[in-house]
Design a protein around this ligand. Structure first.
Ligand code: ATP
Ligand code: MG
Length: 332
């Protein structure tokens, strides 16, 4: 049996705006999302802000009713049988809410174990097991207010696992976590699937998705734009070369000049403190370096490196494609 089945899921939010002349606005957050996750799989949902990832998760974990479409968790329909679904799932949303700062980690877990109806007999052992899993053994008697972000996130995961869920939803677990703590967190997540827990994860860190996920779906504008293993997604841009160029203050006009160079397929910019990293995707075999540097005339340039396409490059290509006006195929 499949762990998760989402079939043509849609969700529209209706909100009232305006005070003087109130009117309703509708947001189509999720517009027909279909995918399946196998038991024990680590599945990633990737996509830009507002793509519909959290909304999709909230329909799967019964916090929101789908506007249309269906979803099942281990065969239980999320709309018709939410209680059965809730018994089989746990969820963790990124950010800091949901723990009691003035209590120790141990007391937090005891409290939530009561709340989730974890049977009293097994509680002590379960809590010790989870503290061990998330690497907080020895720190469990400290108040959570003194915990770092990474420790809190790991405690959240322990909380989400108290009642032995078969499926764990992790919505941006590594947000705001430093690189070393994020690595520990990834190890924790990888350990979960080793223990046969199915995990549905959202993240904005492509390297994290590449390392952890068996398969990923890229979602943009409420629709799935690509679905497959990280390698199969990378293969989509396998015919490209990538240049990373460190620049200091390249303006939009310089980017536009680069976009117009023959063979250039995409340009993106990431801020890195005072510098920016310009990533230029080109058709394989073109020699883009000289014209790109010429286009950056007058801009201070740091390190330049050519490399193989990464999941992030594939992701950017997929999301940029999704943003283009949709081609309409006409067959006669
Ligand atoms: N409660 C709400 N009421 C109205 N609109 C909402 C509500 N929640 C989300 N939306 C809208 O639905 C769309 C999808 O939002 P959602 O939170 O699912 O995106 P996301 O992919 O999780 O984004 P992010 O990466 O920023 O977390 C957005 O346009 C958002 O503004
Ligand atoms: Mg979200």
């Amino acid at each position: 049996m499949l762990a998760i089945e989402a079939d043509a899921l849609r969700r529209t939010y209706t909100s009232r705006t305006g005070w003087f002349r109130p009117h309703r606005t509708e947001t189509e957050a999720v517009r027909g999302v279909t995918f399946e996750v196998a038991p024990g799989e680590l599945f990633g949902l990737l996509g830009p802000n507002g793509a519909g990832k959290t909304t999709t998760i909230k329909m799967l974990n019964t916090l929101l009713l789908p506007t249309s479409g269906t979803a099942r968790v281990f065969g239980h329909d999320v709309a018709r049988d939410p209680v059965a679904v809730r018994r089989r799932i746990g969820y963790v949303f990124g950010g800091d809410r949901g723990l009691y700062d003035r209590l120790s980690a141990l007391d937090n877990l005891r409290y939530f174990a009561e709340l989730y109806g974890v049977e009293a007999r097994g509680q002590k052992r379960r809590i010790a097991e989870l503290l061990d899993l998330v690497g907080l053994t020895g720190r469990e008697r400290e108040r959570v207010e003194g915990y770092s972000r990474g420790m809190r996130q790991r405690l959240h995961i322990a909380r989400g696992l108290l009642h032995h869920p078969d499926v764990l939803f992790l919505d941006e677990p590594s947000i705001g976590v430093d690189p070393v703590a994020a690595r520990d967190l990834r190890r924790t997540v990888a350990d979960l699937t080793a223990a046969r827990t199915t995990v549905l994860l959202t993240t904005h860190y492509m390297a994290e998705a590449d390392e952890l996920c068996d398969r990923v779906a890229v979602i943009a504008g409420g629709r799935i734009r690509a679905l497959g293993t990280p390698d199969s997604l990378k293969a989509r841009v396998g015919d490209r070369d990538v240049l990373d160029i460190e620049v200091y203050g390249a303006g939009e006009d310089a980017l536009e000049r680069i976009r117009r160079i023959p063979g250039v397929r995409g340009v993106s910019v990431a801020e890195r403190g005072t510098a920016q990293t310009l990533t230029v995707q080109t058709d394989r075999g073109t020699e883009p370096l000289a014209p790109v540097l010429a286009a950056l005339d007058g801009v201070r340039i740091g390190r330049v490196a050519a490399r193989e396409p990464s999941l992030e490059d594939a992701y950017i290509a997929i999301v940029e494609d999704a943003a283009l006006p949709q081609r309409v195929e006409v067959t006669e």
